[in-house]
Design a protein. Sequence first.
Length: 159
Amino acid sequence: MTRIPGLVGESTPVPGLRLDAILATPEVDLRPALGERICSISWPVDALLPGQSDDALAERLHAGGQRVLPALRTARLAGVRLGVRPVPADGLPLAGTHPDVPGLYHLVTHSGVNLAPELGRLAAQEIIDGDGPDLAGYRITRGVTASVQDESLTLMTTR
C-alpha cells in the first residue's frame, strides 16, 4: 500500500448550480456535495504536499475549480480536509481474503467511485461462495509490478 496525502476542498453554497456527476479534468476533479456545495480534489495539488503551506494549496485547489467551473467564482472555500488515500502500490484494486487471517476480506481501491458497483457485487459473491476467478488477479498475495500504474497514481506521486 502507498499512503498518499490528499486535500479535499468544499465550497460555500453556489445557489442555482446543479452538478449531477463528477467532473474530472487534468487540473481538478469536482463533485456535488450537500447544500449546493462543490467538493474538489486535485492530484497535481496533492503532489505538492507537504512542500507548501496548506493555506496556499487550499487556495490553489479552489482556484483550479473556479477555472474549470466559472460558477464557483461566486463561492468561497468553506473548508479543506487533509486525508490519506490508501492506494495499492501498483494502482490496481486489492480484493479477497487474507491468508493469515481467516474470515478477513479486503477490498481496497483508489477507483472506488468508478468500480464500486461491480467490485461490490463480485466481493459479495466471493464472501458468500468463497474466492472465485473474477478477482483472482487482484489478490493481496499477488506480486506488485512497478510497470502497472494508473495515470492518477502517477500524478499524485510526481513532484
